[in-house]
Design a protein around this ligand. Structure first.
Ligand code: FAD
Ligand code: MG
Length: 355
């Protein structure tokens, strides 16, 4: 039986961990001169195919929260592949026909996506759209495609055939049938935009959770660090392998346990190899990236997934200011050197891995 499953596990794991840890953290005592909101102002909505929660800890401004959600809706209405008539679908429909003028925000995100596509030699490729649509993992009609279908689809994936014109802010896919898919980076970009918006409105302590793309804005209201856990990929949401204490960072995870398709005893996850047309096969159950911006974290979590643990870790070690945590399928945990200093592994089912 064909069974398509989309668990909002990732969305919930960091959100629930925030509740678990950040909630606990907020009970720590504060000095009298530090104003501490007893309860954050929090709002959750289902958008971009996931559960999104914004929590303001130093402002009880409901209208501000609503404006932040309006911004998310605006970006979704521009960048979604799952709605008709978005700017993204227009770019895709114009493939092989003509360039499409896009918003400066969309131009920016595509430029960054192209950067990461080139950095991975196309293992990460934002023109992966036709392959993503062929499998449609996460949707009711998800299926394992025939080899013939894969063979005709793969030549359509080629980030070098995406032209960007900085003057006109236009995008052009050279070949009919090509499709941009920003699913690997759009939530990260959105988290950054919301963080920047909230900061510009004077917010200093907030949590931005876009379906597992967590951004910790500032510190907790008492100026201590947020405690953020990393989900145990093999157990129900909220069960973690350990935690770290941080502030002003993005924490993004890509994994095989969130969005997948089960068919005839095999499981197919949603990060697809543009070379084979099938999901990447490696030893990673999940990879978490800690970075200053969520767009980098989102792009890197997907891009590094394509590399496997050894090459992935080598790659992250070349990047300034980026940390990574890998969980292998055999329950080993691998981290960048700096992360080893701040991550507390406290789940006895997992142990530190060595090469
Ligand atoms: P990530 O690891 O960050 O990204 C995986 C995603 O990247 C895949 O799902 C695919 O889209 C893409 N991808 C796969 N292989 C590659 C590759 N080799 N290189 C580059 N990218 C690759 N989901 C719904 O179910 N319904 C919706 O209506 C819906 N609307 C959305 C609207 C927007 C604007 C966005 C950004 C997402 C939406 N989603 C929706 C969710 C989306 O389809 C993905 O599930 C999600 O973005 C994947 O994010 P992730 O963090 O789980 O995984
Ligand atoms: Mg990603």
């Amino acid at each position: 039986m064909l069974n398509s499953i989309f668990r909002h596990k990732k969305a919930l794991f960091l959100a629930s961990l925030c509740t678990l840890f950040v909630g606990v953290g907020c009970q720590t005592s504060s000095t009298p001169e530090t104003p501490v909101a007893t309860e954050p102002l929090r709002k959750t909505r289902f958008m971009m195919g996931t559960s999104i929660t914004l929590s303001l800890y130093d402002m009880q401004d409901k209208a501000l929260l609503d404006r932040a959600f309006d911004k998310i809706a605006e970006l979704e209405n521009t960048l979604s592949l799952n709605q008709d008539n978005t700017l993204l679908t227009e770019v895709n429909q114009n493939a092989g026909i003509e360039p499409t003028v896009v918003t400066p925000e969309m131009f920016d995100i595509v430029e960054k996506g192209l950067h990461y596509s080139a950095l991975t030699d196309g293992a990460f490729d934002i023109t992966v759209g036709p392959l993503v649509k062929l499998w449609n993992i996460g949707f009711p009609d998800a299926r394992v495609p025939d080899q013939e279908e894969i063979d005709v689809t793969l030549p359509l994936i080629d980030y070098t055939k995406l032209e960007l014109d900085d003057e006109t802010k236009s995008l052009y896919l050279e070949t009919p049938g090509m499709q941009l898919d920003l699913g690997s980076i759009a939530k990260g970009y959105t988290a950054d935009q919301i963080a920047s918006f909230l900061r510009s409105e004077g917010v200093e302590h907030a949590l931005i959770d876009l379906g597992g793309n967590l951004y910790t804005l500032g510190t907790k209201p008492d100026n201590s660090l947020w405690k953020v856990g990393v989900q145990d990929p093999y157990n129900p949401r909220g069960q973690i392998i350990g935690y770290m204490e941080i502030a002003n960072k993005s924490i993004v995870t890509s994994g095989i346990y969130e969005r997948f398709l089960e068919h005839e005893g095999s499981t197919y996850h949603h990060i697809l190899d543009p070379d084979t047309g099938y999901p990447f096969e490696n030893d990673i159950a999940g990879v978490t990236i800690i970075s200053d911006t969520s767009l980098d974290g989102d792009a890197l979590s997907t891009a590094i997934f394509s590399k496997g643990i050894i090459d992935g870790l080598d790659f992250v070690n070349t990047l300034e200011g980026v940390d990574a945590l890998f969980i292998s399928k055999d329950r080993k945990v691998y981290m960048t050197e700096h992360l080893k200093e701040i991550f507390v592994l406290n789940n006895p089912e997992f142990s530190l891995g060595t090469f």
